[in-house]
Design a protein around this ligand. Structure first.
Ligand code: AMP
Ligand code: ZN
Length: 437
């Protein structure tokens, strides 16, 4: 096996920014090999700190070139990083948005905290609600913020709150639904009086990590006001990932969009996180199919428990009779597509005035608009051009926002996925998802 250091030297001789997509893919594959090798060396206690640092910097630069894409392959990153996709994504994004400097987050606390999150995500060995899902949702939130220009509407604190909420939003998920908790009268259901049972737990348990161990407290240096504002946003966003809020959330936002008033920021951010949470049917087929297989397996395991307990099967939980393809078409038509449509309309309403203001004929520069409750320039976020030494630059200018491309990207994927499920439904491939590929 080639030494990691040799790989780094090769890489450094080939600055990423000049590479074409297929070359980037090669680097990506090499990164996988490199990280696997590094993980093995670490396990054997062989890697030196210098090698470790170089390899992590290399990983960061490769990540940087991928993390801005819609169908980002979080599974490959997870394999490559020895099951640490969440750690890599969270660290990379907090660096990228300059959150670590701005909020004086101790790096050792950040590493300890995100590692503790990863342990919590592994607690119940869920096929779907695990650290890869958390990493996926965090990366998707980043894509949505960056590519739609929403990032220009937000303060650094709000961006931090969004990334934090995404990272913790399913922490210590039990692999069962809220209704299962309620029916089985679980401790968590009793604790939270049957209301948003797991969501309450995710956010509460994540805050307890910070509170109970200063070594993990990434919010240690926040002012009282910042701490309160961040907490209020995180609680609201994570609670709104409860699917039982879905229809109300969509209806309320549609109503909002008809009104002339400014859009309520916490509501807008909640919709963005909720959309990222159910976005896999709008990703490429390989991703979507893999997520669906994992989620259905998680549901079926709940069904097995329900059968053991003599409870009726919950929807999609009976592994013998669930109509997988039909259920996915239903999920896409009734949940995913309407959510993306409302999100897109909301974003257009928010970002269009910002684009107009920034255009040469608009107001000078990029001034505060009283209509949309835009933060003052001094607080508005800036995205750092580079998170590491690679020199990859990030095009985050408001003039680079392209709604058409964003709309057509998710629309095309949703359409293709729906057609694939329809073809499977027509072939009568229903009962067992493992026969569908
Ligand atoms: P969360 O549990 O926070 O990840 O919220 C997302 C919820 O959306 C999941 O728990 C599922 O109930 C639902 N969901 C996501 N993907 C699918 C899918 N492919 N089919 C049916 N339900 C889904
Ligand atoms: Zn989730």
């Amino acid at each position: 096996m080639e030494s990691p250091t040799k790989e780094i030297e090769d890489f450094e001789n080939n600055s990423l920014k000049y590479l074409q997509a297929d070359q980037i893919e090669k680097i990506w594959l090499r990164l996988r090999g490199l990280l696997r090798c590094l993980v093995k060396q670490l396990e054997r206690g062989e890697a030196s700190v210098v090698d470790l640092k170089k390899n992590l910097e290399y990983a960061a630069s490769v990540l940087e070139s991928h993390v801005d894409t819609w169908s980002f392959d979080v599974f490959t990153l997870n394999d490559a990083s020895g099951d640490h996709a969440l750690k890599f994504i969270f660290y990379e994004l907090l660096t990228r948005y300059d959150i670590i400097n701005r909020f004086k987050i101790p790096v050792s606390a950040l590493v300890s905290f995100v590692e503790a999150l990863e342990v919590g995500y592994g607690k119940h060995r869920n096929p779907y609600h695990n650290l890869i899902h958390a990493a996926d949702v965090t990366q998707t939130v980043h894509y949505l913020l960056l590519k739609t220009g929403m990032v220009h509407w937000l303060t650094e604190l709000e961006i931090f709150a969004m990334l934090f909420a995404a990272a913790v939003h399913d922490y210590e998920h039990t692999g069962t639904t809220n209704n299962f908790h309620i029916q089985t009268r679980s401790d968590t259901a009793i604790l939270y009086n049957d209301r948003a049972v797991q969501e309450n737990h995710h956010v509460s348990a994540a805050y307890r990590l910070l509170q109970e161990d200063d070594e993990m407290n990434i919010l240690y240096n926040l002012s009282k006001d910042d701490w309160r504002e961040l907490r209020a946003l995180v609680v609201e966003m994570v609670l709104a990932t409860d699917m039982s809020c879905h229809f109300q959330q969509i209806k309320a936002m549609k109503n909002f969009l008809q009104q002339p008033e400014a859009i309520d920021k916490p509501k807008a951010l909640s919709l963005l996180l909720h959309t990222a949470d159910i976005s896999h049917p709008a990703k490429n087929w390989n991703m979507h199919h893999r997520w669906t297989t994992s989620l259905l397996e998680e549901f079926f395991r709940q069904g097995d428990k329900e059968a053991e307990l003599g409870l009726p099967f919950s929807p999609l939980c009976d592994r013998k009779s669930t109509m997988v393809a039909q259920s996915q078409i239903g999920f896409i038509d009734f949940i995913v597509e309407p959510t993306f449509t409302v999100l897109t309309d909301m974003i257009e309403k928010i970002v269009t005035p910002l684009i107009e203001e920034a255009s040469p004929s608009g107001l000078a520069g990029f001034r505060r608009s009283s209509l949309n409750n835009i933060p003052s320039d001094s607080k508005r976020s800036t995205v750092r051009g580079t998170g590491s030494e690679s020199g990859t630059s990030l095009n985050c200018s408001i003039s680079a926002v392209d709604f058409k491309t964003f709309k057509s990207t998710w629309n095309e994927e949703v359409h293709k996925n729906r057609e694939k499920w329809k073809a499977q439904a027509a072939k009568g491939i229903n009962a067992n998802i493992y026969t569908c590929t």
